[in-house]
Design a protein. Structure first.
Length: 327
């Protein structure tokens, strides 16, 4: 017969295991959440997205960013999609004014409401669309956990306070990710999303013309690249755009890390990845290897991690009928 001490030890270990298991499942997300309530949900999303990206591949980047910007403010609750009659919602904040594709999300929502009324959340639509647009431009695929519900609050000041700046240094970036339960590896991997898309000149112009307030350039930026950027972005220019990853901004690959390793990351936040031993090692490794397999796998893992940030599940929040409006 086991001793009382042994039984007590086993009981405590069991309680601890159950507690950890409960924490791991507390958020209520899982792959295949809609298997019974809307089994065709993911197929509907993909069927809607594929022709859109085939016709307009430049929409992939802003639709991917939309999921990022949603999760970093109030968590992944679809709040970035809400409209405000007084222009005080998250989407009205300056960092979100470059987002495009809200009408695509509405198109997906309409298709899902027709197939399964009142079932699939707008927050989950953002997560599924992010995966499908990446896959559509030759990037990786991954299993998306679903089960999020939609928030009812969207505030411009919260977006301004919580979205990480393209001028952020590595300390600020790591702290911002850590606050959301994300690691330094998640930071460097998700930064790889800058392999697609464009940016307006104002997002990086200080690096070219006034880095320290003395009319100087950012010493961490390759001088030859600075010269090329100045041609596209003359002093005071706002409207012109520049490819994030010149030559392959519509194809999802790991060329971003080659650019950063050559000191040609467009944002200061890109350059900052070389200021930390862990993030720098990842950049250098993926800049010197052929093929994107390991980055693709890592990207899927980190997207799942980000998709868990401060989610609403169970009876919290709501399932919006229209993504831009609370019920």
């Amino acid at each position: 017969m086991p001793s009382l001490k042994l039984c007590s030890s086993f009981f405590l270990q069991l309680i601890f295991t159950l507690f950890v298991f409960d924490l791991a499942n507390a958020q209520g997300l899982k792959v295949g959440f809609y298997e019974e309530t809307c089994p065709q949900a993911e197929a509907v999303v993909k069927k809607t997205i594929v022709p859109v990206i085939a016709e307009a591949p430049s929409l992939a980047a802003p639709l991917l960013r939309m999921h990022f910007h949603d999760c970093f403010v109030r968590g992944c609750d679809g709040s970035v999609l809400l409209n405000s009659s007084t222009h005080q919602a998250e989407k009205d904040a300056i960092p979100n004014q470059s987002l495009r594709g809200f009408e695509v999300i509405d198109r997906v929502k309409t298709a899902l409401e027709k197939a399964c009324p009142g079932v699939v959340s707008c927050a989950d639509i953002l997560a599924l669309v992010a995966r499908d647009v990446v896959t559509a431009i030759k990037g990786p695929s991954w299993q998306v956990e679903t089960g999020r519900r939609d928030g009812r609050v969207s505030n411009i000041s919260e977006a301004l306070a919580n979205l990480l700046s393209p001028f952020a240094n590595i300390t600020q970036l790591k702290a911002g990710f850590q606050q959301r339960g994300l690691s330094a590896k998640d930071l460097v991997v998700l930064s790889g999303g800058h392999t697609i898309g464009i940016s307006h000149c104002f997002s990086f112009a200080p690096r070219l013309y006034n880095f320290t307030g003395k009319g100087d350039t950012d010493p961490s930026l390759d001088p030859n690249y600075i010269a090329r950027l100045k041609v596209k972005c003359p002093p005071g220019a706002v409207a012109p755009i520049v490819e994030m990853d010149p030559g392959s901004s519509k194809i999802f690959d790991d060329d971003y890390y080659t650019m950063v390793s050559k000191r040609r990351g467009l944002f200061h936040s890109d350059a900052s990845l070389l200021d930390d031993s862990e993030t720098k090692a990842y950049v250098i490794n993926h800049a010197s290897t052929l093929g994107s397999a390991s980055f693709f796998e890592d990207f899927g893992v980190s997207m799942v991690n980000m998709g868990r940030v401060a989610v609403l599940t169970g009876k919290a929040g709501e399932i919006r009928k229209q993504c831009a409006l609370v019920n």
